[in-house]
Design a protein around this ligand. Structure first.
Ligand code: PLP
Length: 462
């Protein structure tokens, strides 16, 4: 199994190198050269299996000889052992033929734990046998940073530095980043906004001397290993509702397009997915694009579902690559145009995209109303991101096909918004109820490349 870049000019890599590299050297994203398929009998055999067993069957064809079967099973067991639910990704019913896939039982209460916990284990294994060490630096608006810290804390071969905008993440998000006591974890509060954090991160990757000195590595959402880990729960949930004999539809609260793209991979692997619905908040560039209006950047309008507040949806490049017949030059050209503000999509590519994905959006009022309505009609308390999904799913749902909406975060991660919409302040799960008693450890750093480089080198003793 080899991986190629969406821009066609970087070398093909093994799974291991793809995972450790992150972004391709031509600026593109790595995708599998060919997508392996599972037979209906292989999919049917997942019925009744543990999440871990299904994870092994789904991901094994993608990892080549990077890990032995025994190693890979152990990594998966370590990754999901700390989840707060025995099913890992349980399904609950919201309404007739409408189900909610709860992806928030991991250590930081958002679906990002599914990918990040496994990436942590895979990095540790791959680096450990080479006796290599890397420095992971990430920028976050909240969920990714806490998931990364939780995944890498205490691992021997990794230091992790997370940049977050000072004063602009929720108390729960901040405490999840600042309270781990392990010395390889470094939370950095930057005097700036999320865009500043991302810009400084990019500066660090472009400073080749620094990059080589600290052995910089990235785990943002374009890392193929993260997409792969997310393919699993499409299988586990669809099979529990009758796949492969029965078609299932999914609605996915979407920002960077990583989660929904994992659904597309599941479909290509042979899972009978009927509709794959992209749900956006008022930052609806993807909804507009999939309705044929081109891909044109606007300004981010902050919403109550902040993890979906995006202008540029990075993993969409992977969808475009397939829609353009895997023509790397065409994708590189589109990404150049994006630098000037946006691009239009050819008729042929649009047809391909619309055959795979449909879309909808939810306003802030609709999101609030959906939180209140779901509580009333099903007793489920939704986080604002999941509510965007539920609202769009209600519009797209058909009688004949079960609809699964992905619940991407626990309501307790966004208590203010949930309380405003429902009147109920969701408590943290008991296993993390002491979050507000734990001691915080954070360094405030200026929004300045040199200050950051000095701090990171100092912390590493370089
Ligand atoms: C990251 C995130 C999303 C968006 O997922 P993408 O893979 O970026 O599309 C949605 N909801 C929550 C809670 C998230 O943390």
């Amino acid at each position: 199994m080899r991986y190629i870049s969406t821009r066609g000019k970087a070398p093909a890599l093994s799974f291991e190198d793809t995972m450790l590299t992150g972004l391709a050297r031509d600026g593109g994203l790595y995708v599998p050269e060919e997508i392996p398929t599972l037979t209906p009998a292989q999919i049917a055999a997942m019925a009744g299996q543990s999440y871990e067993e299904t994870a092994f069957s789904v991901m094994r064809p993608f990892i080549g000889d990077t890990f032995t079967d025994e190693e890979f099973r152990e990594l998966i067991a370590n990754a999901y052992g700390g989840f707060g639910h025995a099913a890992r990704a349980p399904l609950v019913q919201l309404a007739p033929n409408h189900f909610l896939l709860e992806l928030f039982h991991g250590p930081t209460l958002a679906f990002k734990d599914f990918a990040m916990q496994l990436i942590g284990q895979m990095f540790q294994k791959a680096l450990g046998r080479k006796d290599a060490r890397v420095t992971i630096v990430g920028a976050t608006s909240g969920d990714t940073g806490s998931a990364a810290i939780e995944a890498f804390r205490g691992l021997d071969n990794v230091d992790v530095f997370i940049l977050y905008p000072h004063g602009r993440v929720s108390d729960v998000q901040r405490r999840q980043m600042t309270t781990p006591a392990e010395s390889n974890v470094h939370a950095l509060a930057i005097d700036g906004d999320f865009d500043d954090c991302q810009a400084r991160l990019k500066d660090m990757f472009n400073d080749f001397e620094f990059r080589d000195t600290v052995k910089l590595a990235g785990v943002n959402s374009i890392n193929w290993g993260r997409v792969l880990a997310q393919v699993v729960y499409y299988f586990s949930s669809a099979v529990s509702l009758g796949a492969p004999e029965r078609e299932i539809s999914f609605t996915v609260p979407t920002g960077n397009f990583g989660d929904i793209f994992a659904g597309y991979i599941a479909k290509r692997m042979g899972l009978p997915i009927k509709d794959l619905v992209v749900a956006t908040n008022q930052n609806d560039i993807l909804d507009r694009c999939l309705k044929g209006q081109g891909y044109h950047k606007g300004m981010v309008e902050p919403s109550i579902s902040p993890s979906m507040d995006i202008q540029v949806s990075s993993n969409f490049e992977r969808a475009l690559f397939d829609a353009y017949g895997r023509d790397g030059n065409a994708v590189a050209q589109l990404m150049d145009e994006l630098g000037q503000g946006g691009f239009d999509i050819s008729q042929g590519a649009m047809q391909v995209l619309q055959d795979i994905y449909s879309s909808g959006r939810a306003t802030e009022e609709e999101t609030n109303a959906t939180i209140a309505q779901a509580l009333k009609t099903s007793g489920e308390l939704l986080c604002p991101h999941s509510a965007v999904g539920v609202k769009v799913a209600q519009e797209k749902r058909e009688e004949a096909t079960p609809m699964i909406t992905l619940a991407t975060a626990h309501p307790a991660k966004f208590p203010d918004a949930v309380e405003a919409a429902s009147g109920i302040r969701p408590p943290l799960p008991p296993r993390m109820a002491d979050l507000f008693d734990r001691e915080e450890r954070v360094t405030r750093v200026a929004n300045d490349l040199d200050a950051l480089k000095t701090h990171i080198k100092g912390a590493l003793g370089l």
